[in-house]
Write a protein that binds this ligand. Structure first.
Ligand SMILES: *[C@@H]1O[C@H](CO)[C@@H](O)[C@H](O)[C@H]1NC(C)=O
Ligand SMILES: *[C@@H]1O[C@H](CO)[C@@H](O)[C@H](O)[C@H]1NC(C)=O
Ligand SMILES: *[C@@H]1O[C@H](CO)[C@@H](O)[C@H](O)[C@H]1NC(C)=O
Ligand SMILES: *[C@@H]1O[C@H](CO)[C@@H](O)[C@H](O)[C@H]1NC(C)=O
Ligand SMILES: *[C@@H]1O[C@H](CO)[C@@H](O)[C@H](O)[C@H]1NC(C)=O
Ligand SMILES: *[C@@H]1O[C@H](CO)[C@@H](O)[C@H](O)[C@H]1NC(C)=O
Ligand SMILES: *[C@@H]1O[C@H](CO)[C@@H](O)[C@H](O)[C@H]1NC(C)=O
Ligand SMILES: *[C@@H]1O[C@H](CO)[C@@H](O)[C@H](O)[C@H]1NC(C)=O
Ligand SMILES: *[C@@H]1O[C@H](CO)[C@@H](O)[C@H](O)[C@H]1NC(C)=O
Ligand SMILES: *[C@@H]1O[C@H](CO)[C@@H](O)[C@H](O)[C@H]1NC(C)=O
Ligand SMILES: *[C@@H]1O[C@H](CO)[C@@H](O)[C@H](O)[C@H]1NC(C)=O
Ligand SMILES: *[C@@H]1O[C@H](CO)[C@@H](O)[C@H](O)[C@H]1NC(C)=O
Length: 812
């Protein structure tokens, strides 16, 4: 790999050359290798979930009872009460399956919680909280009668800071995302609810994710339509970045994987046999089923043979404004099996893959009926008996007669805690924590309550706080605690005078705060925000509604300006070194308890412990390496939308480190109200005989890939100490520097382990980092296996990706 020296503009005409990437040959990315036939599942256990073999036996016994038409039912979405539905089959006592969005809430439901977004969850670097969030989400889905949770998200990974859905996922670092995926999945599935890892794969932008004009039908885009963008990704990059966290998901025993909308090397994700039959079902040994994204199936037999097991939403009119949806599966699949085009054994495998997780999670043994208040958007409190699906679902006993079941339990406590844990303090000149101030000002339009209702679907909620973003990954709130409201409550207890101006226009005109605020407050808390949503990429990394000007204007007249950003990802914050900006807290998308979480941090009831799950660079153009806002040169060329992943492995900190670029706030960074030190000596111990490590392991297969790559091969210990005056949580991080034999273009260092440890003042703890064979490997495109390069491995332990406190090495 040659280093990329200049800007690579990424969306170009089909055969246009890519500036600067001398050795990128676009013509190699116009086809995807065929991988057929689709592998059968075999009932091998996943490390994170046992019992697949017994469940497969139940699935086989059940399958034997089904007619051909009944088998097809399990492969094709149908009319029903939920966002996606598998119809009941009363003849065999099957009550149907209810699929609901989405990653941070049971989206449409009433009396359900809205949890912190994936982004906030990643920023917590806290495995326990990640797990608990998953468990509570699972409990809420179950309580509402939904067997299938459409989440978590590892695609988009976050290649581009501009991608509209990054906040639904976790972090552009695949290791951190992998941890969050497995903790979420194990948590969700522990409640008997299926998790769906999405979106497979290389789905890194909203722009032209769907072919022109075909989001309204389950049809094949015709040749004269403009096709969806093609993500053109080299094999090594695919594995080391994009596949990586999905491998954790499969290893955790995820029930389903959802295919993406866009194309990969020119082939639609829902019928790309290399990624479905090849990488997912063979290499990763995935035993569950692949479902399509909604309206993302563009072929019948082609998808079936390529490995897509279930099409969604299938043959029904799922929103009033969509036309009736024909299906390439359904009756077409029945015919294709009858006339011999599709082998019945392939259909059998599709059904077994759907049924095995169902039996494995005990979903046949009594599951709550679907709560009418979680029904298809717009939610009703009652199902309409005239709906075409009602009689079938009702007669199957699949509907709950009770509406508005309250499934929130005490989850708001976790939401408040995780919301705070996912906030990252990046600057603090002693301004925080606040201590019974006499007078404060709350400024900026992100401090106030929402004005447009509590269902954050399509609307950029201006003005008002943004607890989460928009699209199918949003939630219906029962309650939003706005920052101003929570601050006022706290101020009342403290006897603090609170002044406020929420109108951003007013704050940048009319004499700013000077005219309106008196007396001069001890602290000016400025709340600014940036919206992000499915369906549209962010147009820039600027804050919305003149957020930067608001900060700059307030700072001119307030020497203690504390800025809180409320955002779905990276922003440019040109005022970060302004002397009057005394503290900066990145609040991300913390969910329904926003105000309480932020008060906990601002007042020091909770010591900040979040760390950046991405890099904050100085300027927007510093992120050029994955610019998705460029448009195509010839919009009439049906194949014009091409996204060449020419930056290869060098996204986020991998890019900034490789080119020695300075950034104001690096990946893994975050302050607290105490300080931590790490011993400058670390110990490294091979777990077993490491001389046999070099090269590729013997072939073997299990969910998550070759079990050998998951073997623990080294243990590294370090000592972390709290050197300050208050209790806090440190996040020691281990980065591996691969030897030169890993090749040019290999990132300088990569996160390969981390821990989060609570320490009282003066307390010292030993942390142990475990490294697996995969952690030391590169993807070898020749052997098609993870391979340990030979040479010296650098071990860097620190408190961020650039605050390395101890360095050591070992040789293989
Ligand atoms: C895409 O094409 C590149 C270059 O030929 C290749 O390395 C990669 O494996 C292909 N991936 C898929 C999924 O077709
Ligand atoms: C799947 O199993 C069936 C028997 O149930 C067999 O006929 C078919 O060849 C197998 N397919 C593959 C890809 O191994
Ligand atoms: C079969 O697929 C075609 C093409 O999408 C569609 O027009 C037709 O309605 C489908 N048939 C059924 C029964 O869904
Ligand atoms: C079999 O049925 C499928 C689905 O309707 C159709 O696409 C295919 O052309 C048919 N093949 C034959 C040989 O009739
Ligand atoms: C929430 O309730 C559960 C179950 O009743 C309990 O185990 C847990 O400790 C409670 N959590 C908190 C933070 O109160
Ligand atoms: C916000 O402030 C501007 C400038 O003072 C003013 O013109 C506008 O009417 C205000 N908006 C509202 C909703 O009051
Ligand atoms: C600062 O305050 C002064 C007087 O109090 C006022 O004239 C000026 O416009 C203010 N500037 C800003 C940017 O708020
Ligand atoms: C900082 O705030 C003080 C007090 O309002 C003001 O006098 C000063 O000009 C501000 N500094 C800057 C660089 O804006
Ligand atoms: C992306 O490209 C567009 C069009 O060339 C440009 O306006 C924008 O500033 C670029 N954004 C980044 C993040 O480089
Ligand atoms: C695209 O096609 C339309 C309709 O034929 C035509 O008006 C337009 O000029 C074309 N645009 C380009 C960039 O060729
Ligand atoms: C970055 O710095 C290192 C160490 O000084 C040097 O070896 C390397 O060549 C530099 N990389 C680039 C792309 O300038
Ligand atoms: C942490 O250490 C730095 C450098 O010694 C010091 O300036 C700072 O005040 C300390 N912060 C806390 C919270 O103890």
């Amino acid at each position: 790999m040659a280093p990329l020296k200049t800007v690579a503009a990424l969306l170009l005409g089909a055969v246009a050359s890519v500036e600067g990437a001398q050795d990128w040959d676009h013509s190699l990315f116009t086809t995807s290798p065929p991988v057929y036939p689709s592998p059968n599942m075999t009932g091998v256990d996943a490390a994170g979930l046992a019992g697949w073999s017994a469940a497969l036996e139940k699935a086989e016994a059940f399958l034997a009872k089904l007619t051909l038409e009944e088998k097809v039912v399990f492969t094709t979405g149908a009319p029903g009460p939920c966002v996606g539905n598998i119809a009941p089959i009363p003849r065999v006592g099957f009550k149907g399956l209810c699929l609901q969005d989405g990653p941070l809430s049971i989206r449409q439901a009433t009396y359900a919680s809205v949890f912190p977004a994936g982004l906030s969850t990643a920023a917590s670097w806290d495995r326990e909280l990640m797990h608990l969030r998953g468990k509570y989400l699972g409990e809420e889905f179950r309580g509402k009668g939904s067997q299938i949770y459409l989440g978590p998200v590892a695609g988009p990974l976050g290649r581009s800071a501009l991608a509209g859905r990054n906040w639904e996922g976790f972090s552009p670092d695949p290791y951190l995302t992998g941890v969050a995926m497995e903790e979420t999945i194990i948590g969700v599935q522990s409640t008997g609810v299926q998790a769906v890892a999405k979106h497979w794969i290389a789905y890194e932008q909203e722009t032209q994710r769907n072919p022109e004009g075909t989001f309204d039908a389950d049809t094949i885009p015709s040749v004269d339509q403009v096709q969806s963008v093609s993500s053109n990704v080299e094999d090594r990059t695919m594995h080391e970045l994009y596949v990586w966290p999905f491998a954790n998901a499969v290893r955790a025993g995820v029930s389903s994987v959802m295919s993406a909308y866009q194309r990969i090397n020119g082939s639609y994700a829902g019928q790309n046999s290399k990624t479905l039959n090849g990488i997912l079902k063979t290499e990763l040994g995935f035993e569950g089923y692949v479902m399509s994204d909604w309206m993302g199936t563009h072929g019948g037999v082609a998808s079936v043979e390529a490995g897509l097991d279930q099409t969604m939403p299938g043959a029904w009119n799922w929103e009033p404004h969509f036309d009736d949806v024909p299906s390439w599966y359904g009756g077409n699949l029945t015919t294709a099996v009858q006339n011999g085009t599709v082998a019945e054994s392939r259909l059998d495998d599709m059904v077994k893959r759907v049924l095995t997780p169902y039996f494995l999670l005990g979903q046949d043994e009594g599951f709550p009926g679907v709560d009418p208040s979680s029904g298809i958007y717009p939610a009703n409190n009652n199902f309409e008996p005239e709906s075409d699906w009602y009689d079938l679902w009702s007669s199957a006993g699949a509907l709950n007669s009770e509406s508005n079941v309250d499934v929130r339990a005490n989850h708001s406590k976790l939401i408040r805690e995780l919301g705070a844990a996912g906030m990252v303090l990046i600057k603090n000149n002693g301004a925080l924590p606040l201590s019974k101030p006499k007078d404060i000002a709350v400024l900026g339009n992100a401090a106030g309550d929402v004005e447009n209702g509590l269902f954050y679907r399509d609307v950029n909620y201006a003005p008002g706080v943004l607890p989460v973003g928009g699209g199918s990954g949003t939630g219906r709130f029962e309650n939003v605690v706005a920052p101003l409201e929570a601050i006022k409550a706290r101020a009342k207890a403290d006897g603090t005078h609170v002044q406020y101006i929420l109108n951003n226009t007013r704050l940048i005109t009319s004499g700013g705060i000077g005219q309106m605020i008196a007396p001069q407050p001890e602290a000016c808390l400025v709340f600014v925000k940036a919206w992000a949503s499915e369906g549209a990429d962010r147009e820039s990394l600027e804050l919305d509604q003149n957020g930067n000007e608001v900060v700059e204007n307030v700072a001119q007249n307030c020497s203690n300006t504390i800025v809180i950003t409320n955002s779905g990802g990276q922003n440019v914050i040109p005022w970060h070194s302004h002397p009057n900006v005394t503290a900066i807290l990145l609040a991300h998308f913390p969910g329904e308890e926003f105000g309480n979480s932020v008060v906990d941090i601002l007042y020091g009831d909770v010591n900040p412990s979040g760390r950046l799950p991405y890099t904050l660079a100085e300027k927007e153009s510093d992120y050029y390496f994955a610019n998705i806002t460029s448009s195509v040169s010839n919009p009439n060329d049906t194949n014009a939308w091409q996204s060449d992943f020419t930056e290869r492995l060098l996204i986020d900190y991998r890019h900034f480190d490789y080119y020695n670029l300075s950034v104001p706030y690096e990946f893994g960074f975050g302050l607290s109200y105490t300080n931590y030190s790490l011993s400058d000596s670390i110990t490294i111990k091979p777990v077993s005989n490491s001389s046999s490590l070099a090269g590729v392991p013997a072939p073997s297969n299990a969910p998550g890939g070759n079990p050998a790559i998951w073997e623990e091969v080294y243990k590294v210990t370090a000592t972390v100490k709290n050197t300050g005056a208050v209790t806090g949580k440190a996040v020691p991080q281990l980065y591996i520097q691969l030897p030169a034999s890993a090749g040019e273009g290999t990132p300088v260092k990569q996160l390969r382990s981390f821990d989060k440890v609570e320490l009282t003042p003066g307390e010292e703890k030993t942390v142990t980092f475990t490294l697996t064979r995969r952690d030391l490997s590169i993807w070898d495109v020749v052997s098609q296996e993870w391979s340990v390069p030979t040479g010296t491995f650098g071990v860097h332990v620190g408190l961020s990706s650039r605050d390395i406190k101890a360095k050591s090495s070992f040789t293989i």
